[in-house]
Design a protein around this ligand. Structure first.
Ligand code: ADP
Length: 156
């Protein structure tokens, strides 16, 4: 089974890594898709985001990192993936995620979405929160891997 895990990953957090590690155990191949959205203004470039994910997932043999633009469902099809992985933190994620999953399934019935519920210790974590905390100089070492701590420091 081949799966994609799409997201902005600006930057990757321990919440994402938890989902990546768990998903990699249940699929044969996991492609992390870094979304390049020209309408968004990310803190990290696409190359930086890819490098940070590669550095922190290097120990998982069946994980690959790619970038994509446009629709997630097209990225899944281009890569021959039959599964989309998403993480759910709280009920607030559920409504939009369900809508996206149903849309994708109606466009391409061969591709399904599988949700992993967040581990409790990461339920509050988002890339936005991490950037905010780091911006004001607080410690983010419990939220992101060391390479990301350094990269955030370098952006200040
Ligand atoms: P997007 O901009 O598509 O929401 P993100 O990089 O914020 O991209 O998230 C990618 C995926 O990871 C989403 O499915 C999101 O719900 C999930 N995710 C993000 N943070 C966490 C977390 N702390 N625990 C579990 N899943 C998470």
């Amino acid at each position: 089974m081949k799966a994609i895990y799409p997201g902005s990953f600006d930057p990757v957090t321990y919440g994402h890594l938890d989902i990546i590690e768990r998903a990699a155990k249940v699929v044969d191949e996991l492609i992390i898709g870094v979304l390049v959205n020209s309408a968004k203004n990310p803190l990290f470039t696409r190359e930086e985001r890819v490098k940070l994910i590669e550095e922190t997932t290097g120990h998982i043999p069946n994980v690959k990192v790619k970038t994509f633009e446009g629709l997630t469902i097209d990225f899944a099809k281009q890569n021959g993936a039959n599964l989309i992985i998403r993480g759910l933190r709280a009920v607030t994620d559920f409504e939009t995620e369900m809508q996206i999953a149903q849309t994708n399934h109606s466009i391409e019935p061969e591709v399904d979405t599988m949700f992993f519920t967040t581990s409790l210790e990461y339920a509050f974590l988002s890339s936005t929160i991490v950037k905010e905390v780091a911006h004001y100089g607080s410690d983010v070492s419990k939220m992101v891997p060391p390479a990301v701590v350094d990269a955030l420091q370098a952006k200040k």
